[in-house]
Write a protein that binds this ligand. Structure first.
Ligand SMILES: Nc1nc2c(ncn2[C@@H]2O[C@H](COP(=O)(O)OP(=O)(O)OP(=O)(O)O)[C@@H](O)[C@H]2O)c(=O)[nH]1
Ligand SMILES: [Mg+2]
Length: 528
């Protein structure tokens, strides 16, 4: 059931009024009504499923290519999908460009909230009063503290891994104490001034999810279904048009992105107020006014120290946006393509994107299925297995020091290997063309350069050199081994090292993958 914040819900919305239960409703009436509503929902979902199955059968019969993007949460599937979109349907990226503003603002506000919450745990140690003694009392080097909370690592996949709370040589060094230079930049004051901005976070989340929450993530993340942009596309176009004073190419092909069954789940009127949406405009104006405070907080010596001691673990995209806060909080901000590629929002269920792909003079319709990778989302993948032609399995090999949001005991590389094992051994997928993206290689490089040791988290890595090539080879060998052990059909595994936020490199890889998928597809479809 959709819930909305009071700022969205019209005070006199006749439809809402009509749908309200009568004020005289008794407990038993209420029970009966809820039962009826649940039954109606069940029937409606069953019909939807049957329609989807019919549609997939029909599409298979007309020879379309079905490509599944699989992998754990945050592995980069949706980012890869955006690269396909940039390549095969650039006009659709244009038309939804402004709707990404909400996601970018949400990512920024959430990052600020996390920084402030972590500082609060440390009691605003340099609040401009007695920073040194407060800090010393806190003993920042104390390893019992972990921002992510206590957790223990599982002992699977790559062998025993170290606990995420295990003492780190970096963490035991005393934190350098730096007094705030001026009273104006004290954390307590920044917290106060940023309070209103931070308070918009749940409302932004509500805008994106339409009030729908999803199980499976475990950290209260915001999930969106495919088609969320559709609610704002027209308004977004208007805004881009107004701001850039350039019209979108009217002759360009209409975007084929998004799927009817999911886009239609929520009425387009519900949130289609982007250009006049008071919330988004208010957040934009708050950001503009607060940009100096945000920058001060982000560059604050204590925040820097917490980050370098890994007491504050921000998401990768936080850094990308906070480093560029001046541009993002400027009046008239329009998300760049790079911003869109870095913006983070979790996928819910399976979203379908349709492209016409030209390969050597032949046009074939491709259906790209981008799935939600969190554990609670994985059951939604199975209905798409039986007619898939190809899979790109995305594994973030930079995540050797990270644990699942939904299960903080499980190392993310371990989870990815287990998931890959399930995909390789699945009977429905035995004939599917298999491509593996070892992704986030740029982040892996940076982590290794910063001195993060793989063997601290993956004990089986042992004494091997803590350098990019050996690390990549080690992870690649494990994935290849999983594939070999589950490969009765002697199918080829195509492996690529990727950074899917790098457009030019990714587009070359996509072209390569497209050709190899297409060759296999032509053979199996006996079209050559
Ligand atoms: N630097 C860098 N960032 C990446 C890369 N791939 C993905 N990201 C970022 O990682 C975050 C998560 O990526 P998504 O594409 O949303 O992950 P997903 O696999 O779709 O996640 P779910 O929808 O939850 O299953 C985004 O902020 C991306 O910009 C990469 O290769 N390099
Ligand atoms: Mg996604």
């Amino acid at each position: 059931m959709m819930t909305r914040t009071s700022s969205v819900r019209s005070q006199v919305d006749p439809l809402s009024l009509a749908l309200l239960p009568p004020p005289t409703e008794t407990d038993s009436d209420r029970q009966a009504r809820l039962r009826q509503e649940a039954e109606a929902r069940r029937i409606s979902e069953q019909i939807d499923e049957e329609l989807k199955a019919d549609r997939r059968k029909w599409e298979r019969s007309k020879g379309d290519v079905k490509l599944l993007l699989l992998g754990q949460a945050e592995s980069g599937k949706s980012t890869l999908q955006k690269q396909f979109q940039l390549m095969y349907s650039p006009s659709s990226i244009e038309s939804e460009r402004m709707s990404w503003r909400t996601v970018v603002y949400f990512n920024v506000v959430r990052s600020i909230k996390k920084i402030l919450a972590t500082l609060e745990v440390w009691d605003d140690i340099d609040d401009g009063t007695d920073s040194q003694s407060a800090l010393e009392r806190q003993e920042l080097g104390n390893d019992e503290f972990s921002v992510l909370g206590p957790s223990k690592l599982g002992n699977r996949g790559l062998g025993p891994s170290a606990s995420p709370t295990a003492p780190s040589p970096i963490a035991t060094q005393p934190l350098e104490v730096v007094r705030t230079p001026t009273k104006a930049s004290s954390i307590a004051e920044l917290r106060l001034r940023l309070h209103c901005l931070v308070r918009t976070e749940p409302q932004l989340a509500d805008r994106l999810s339409g009030g729908v929450s999803a199980a499976g993530s475990g950290n209260g993340e915001v999930f969106v279904r495919s088609g969320w942009q559709a609610r704002t596309i027209q308004k977004g176009q208007d805004l881009v048009g107004k701001r850039q004073r350039r019209s979108l190419n009217p002759s360009s092909e209409p975007a084929k992105v998004g799927i009817a069954e999911q886009a239609s789940e929520r009425p387009p009127t519900s949130l289609s107020t982007l250009d006049t949406d008071p919330l988004i405009e208010e957040v934009a104006s708050m950001l503009e006014q607060s940009q100096d405070d945000i920058r001060t907080l982000w560059e604050h010596s204590v925040v820097r120290a917490l980050i370098s001691k890994r007491k504050l673990k921000l998401d990768e995209w936080s850094e990308f946006f906070l480093n560029d806060i001046g541009r993002i909080s400027a009046r008239g901000y329009i998300p760049s393509t790079d911003d869109i590629l870095h913006a983070r929002i979790q996928t819910m269920g399976v979203s379908e994107h349709v492209f016409d792909v030209d390969v050597h003079g032949r046009t074939v319709t491709w259906h790209l299925y981008d799935v939600g990778g969190a554990r609670g989302q994985r059951h939604t993948w199975v209905p798409y297995f039986d007619d898939a032609n190809a899979i790109i399995f995305v594994s973030p090999i930079s995540a050797f020091d990270q644990y699942l949001e939904e299960d903080p005991r499980t190392n993310r590389i371990d989870d990815s290997l287990q998931l890959f094992t399930q995909i390789c051994s699945n009977q429905l997928l035995k004939r599917v063309h298999l491509v593996l993206f070892l992704n986030k290689t740029d982040i892996l490089r940076k982590k290794l350069e910063r001195g993060l040791r793989v063997s601290k988290y993956i004990l089986s890595y042992g004494e091997r050199p803590n350098e990019y090539e050996p690390v990549v080879n080690y992870f690649r060998a494990h994935f290849q081994q999983v594939h070999r052990r589950n490969n009765e059909n002697r199918r080829v595994l195509y492996v690529h090292l990727t950074n899917v936020t790098d457009t030019s490199a990714t587009q070359d890889i996509i072209a390569n993958v497209r050709d190899s998928i297409f060759r296999g597809y032509l053979k199996s479809a006996a079209l050559v």
